[in-house]
Ligand binder design. Structure first.
Ligand code: ATP
Ligand code: MG
Length: 712
């Protein structure tokens, strides 16, 4: 295991028990280092895996950690999100702490109660307004701010509040009351309950601390004060804690997260082992170059800690930067590119389309469906909002009462779903029935995976037992996932928000909608908010192993108002005839200032910037529909003409023009002249011959002499 690590990673892995802090850039192997550290310590007998609690922020990242640890041959480690870990603890101790009362139901969204609370204090809200208020309440609760403290705290944090702060505080108060009277709790309450359980109950503290002795936190730059408080409660003054993070990837500040715990870690733990990693093992030097260029422009606190990454992988293709006339054209081009990547052998699950806001997902869902590319929407509510999934969850819940508890989980799930009309046989591909079937099949697969990870229950100070997971556990897991929007994986292209992509990687990544107003969002008003948006792009770029595509649409819908490219995109390099995303820096060039005539790829509709691409009339990566036989005849003809005129072949027609001719097969002079590289002069010189060749004439038929006759 140590052999697969570089010296710095090895230092982190073999550091003695105690505080360890890994400060490193994207793709440098932070997650690999901590999973290896856990495995190394477990396999060397230093620690027992069941005493380890590894936490991170998204359910998918937690699953990834579990997966990596199990690949290293270690079982029994709890790798969870803060929420899942807290939920487990609260559920486990609820009977004791609530004196037999049932645990209150966990709200999977605040929006409904916030709407009611707002109405109570005289505010009428639509869904978007309620969501903003809910976000503000979430920020307050994650920042340990009570309703009575809100006004002062919001002012101090320079919050851009959705209403007058006093009014928000009123809604906050009413929301808390409503929750109590409805007997429900929200996410933050659950974390608070976990804190309260440990801080106020010595017996609970003793048991929890006996169970969890070694802590690991991934993505520590995004911890919020409430989560930190829980972590401190778990630690109870002990210091066997490994944290890893990258200040340049701080993207949850708006929810109350702060990189200050990461940045200050070495100061708070004087004896901490601090490791810095800069070698990027994930991405090609081309991707790394772009990432460095984007983050080099960053300002502010987080930027002070940025590290210049050095790409370790062999070179790959340059990142692609594309501009489209409108969003549907952009989505269709992305779908077509996904299709060709898959056809060329890239598994669909190794491709991701990442966007700033979930609302952008729909255009891509549509385009991918039309291109018959399977996909899965991550981080959006969609999966758990699907009617059949909701129905299945109800069916599973009611089956917990009818199906005997000892039934193996996958069997129980299949049985319960069969009762609502699902069958293990897939209907034919394509169509809504298949889609519904696949959603439920994903639940069955999830049950199988879930059944493979037994519950580990603490029993007293030193021991724990494993018990098989039950249908009840599974329904709770689903509810928790629904609340956290953790969609089970199916083999499809991932559609995800940039926020939910953190810590993950794919062979091919499409960063779409990179226009001003979307990234940065119009809501980013302060310098700090704009910086966070820049970090989001950095997170997006650094997800790509091999292929990276950045695009935006000049207008939202066909003929709509023009938009500018994101200010974070590096300057378009116009030197040397090719215009690509250069790894240089500076403001992006705006399309309206460009004099060159707009020209679109005839396959995907992308705006063509580079000279050769313009000649070709399509992107070099778009599939060619060339007529090989015609191409060959054109080549031979060109050679003869060039020979007769004693000029190099490219003077007659360049390769790109020749390819364009063989692809587009022009039938009339107007079509000929539309091909880049053919002006009136060349039309006069060669027009007739070329049209004849396209029409099927042999090279001998259109002899060079005849061509010169035209000239004379
Ligand atoms: P992020 O900041 O995005 O979370 P990270 O620092 O956690 O990134 P990892 O996900 O651990 O990075 O590693 C990135 C990729 O590089 C993974 O595919 C990992 O397996 C690989 N990798 C890490 N270290 C090495 C190494 N020493 N040799 C080869 N590959 C490595
Ligand atoms: Mg990571």
């Amino acid at each position: 295991m140590l052999a697969g690590l570089d010296p710095e990673q090895r230092a982190a892995v073999t550091a003695p028990a105690g505080p360890v802090c890994i400060l490193a850039g994207a793709g440098t192997g932070k997650t690999r280092a901590i999973t290896s550290r856990i495995a190394h310590r477990a396999l060397s007998g230093d620690i027992s895996p069941r005493h380890v609690l590894a936490v991170t922020f998204t359910a998918r990242a937690a699953a990834e950690m579990r997966h990596r640890i199990s690949l290293l041959g270690v079982r029994g480690v709890q790798a969870r999100t803060f929420h899942a870990a807290a939920l487990r603890q609260v559920r486990y101790f609820a009977p004791r702490l609530l004196a037999g009362r049932a645990m209150p139901e966990l709200l999977d969204s605040k929006v409904r109660l916030v709407t009611l609370a707002a109405a109570r204090v005289g505010l009428r809200t639509d869904r978007a307004a309620a969501r903003d208020l809910a976000g503000e309440i979430e920020w307050a609760k994650s920042s340990l701010v009570e309703p009575g403290e809100y006004v002062v705290a919001a002012a101090r944090a320079l919050r851009d509040t959705p209403h007058e702060p006093a009014k928000v505080a009123d809604v906050f108060t009413a929301y808390e009351q409503l929750k109590r009277s409805n007997g429900v709790i929200d996410f933050e309450d659950m974390l608070r309950a976990a804190v309260w359980g440990v801080e106020e109950h010595p017996d609970v503290a003793e048991q929890v601390r006996g169970q969890y002795r070694h802590f690991v936190v991934d993505e520590y730059q995004d911890v919020n004060p409430l989560q930190q408080r829980l972590l401190d409660a778990w630690l109870g003054g002990r210091n066997d804690l490994t944290v890893v993070g990258d200040a340049s990837q701080t993207i949850y500040s708006f929810t109350g997260a702060t990189s200050s715990y990461l940045v200050d870690f070495p100061r708070r733990h004087r004896n901490a082992t601090v490791v810095r990693l800069v070698r990027d093992y994930r991405s090609t030097p081309q991707v790394v170059g772009l990432a460095n260029a984007v983050i080099s422009q960053a300002r502010g606190t987080e930027a002070r800690l940025r590290l210049e990454l050095s790409g370790q992988r062999p070179p790959g293709p340059e990142p692609d930067l594309r501009i489209f006339t409108d969003e549907p054209a952009e989505a269709n081009a992305v779908a077509a590119r996904c299709r060709s990547l898959i056809d060329a052998g890239t598994p669909a699950k190794e491709i991701a389309v990442l966007f700033r806001v979930n609302a952008q997902s729909e255009a891509y869902e549509k385009a991918l469906t039309e291109a018959e590319v399977p996909y899965v929407v991550q981080g959006a509510e969609r999966f758990f909002e699907r009617a059949e999934v909701r129905q299945a969850m109800v069916a599973l819940r009611s089956a917990t009462r009818s199906i005997p508890g000892e039934t193996p989980l996958p069997t129980a799930v299949v049985e319960a779903l069969t009762a609502v009309g699902w069958s293990p046989d897939a209907p034919p591909a394509g169509g809504a029935a298949r889609e519904r079937w696949e959603a439920l099949a994903a639940l069955v697969q999830l049950a199988e995976e879930y059944a493979a990870t037994p519950e580990v229950l603490p029993i007293g100070e030193a021991a724990s037992v494993e018990r098989p997971v039950t249908l009840t556990d599974f329904t709770e897991e689903l509810a928790n996932r629904a609340a956290q929007q953790h969609v089970p994986t199916v083999d499809g292209v991932t559609l995800a928000s940039l926020h939910s992509a953190k810590g993950l990687e794919w062979d091919a990544v499409f960063l779409v909608g990179l226009a001003e107003g979307t990234l940065p969002t119009t809501y980013a008003k302060t310098v700090e908010q704009v910086e966070e948006e820049r970090r989001l792009l950095y997170v997006g770029i650094t997800r790509a192993r091999q292929w990276l595509w950045l695009s935006y649409a000049a207008a939202r819908s066909p003929g709509g108002r023009a938009r500018r490219p994101s200010r974070f995109l590096p300057q378009l390099d116009r030197s040397g005839g090719t215009e690509r995303a250069a790894t240089g820096t500076g403001p992006a060039r705006r399309p309206e200032r460009r004099r060159t005539q707009i020209m679109s790829c005839r396959i995907c509709g992308a705006t063509l910037l580079a000279g050769p691409d313009r000649k070709l009339g399509r992107c070099p990566t778009c599939p060619s529909d060339i007529d090989d036989e015609l191409h060959e005849r054109l080549r031979e003809w060109r050679q003869r003409v060039a020979g007769a005129q004693k000029v190099p072949a490219y003077v007659v027609f360049t390769d790109a023009t020749l390819t364009a001719l063989a692809e587009r097969r022009p039938g009339r002079p107007e079509e000929l002249i539309a091909i880049a590289g053919i002006g009136p002069r060349k039309l006069g010189l060669y027009g007739e011959s070329v049209l004849a060749l396209v029409g099927g004439a042999g090279v001998d038929d259109v002899c060079p002499e005849k061509t010169f006759e035209i000239q004379s």
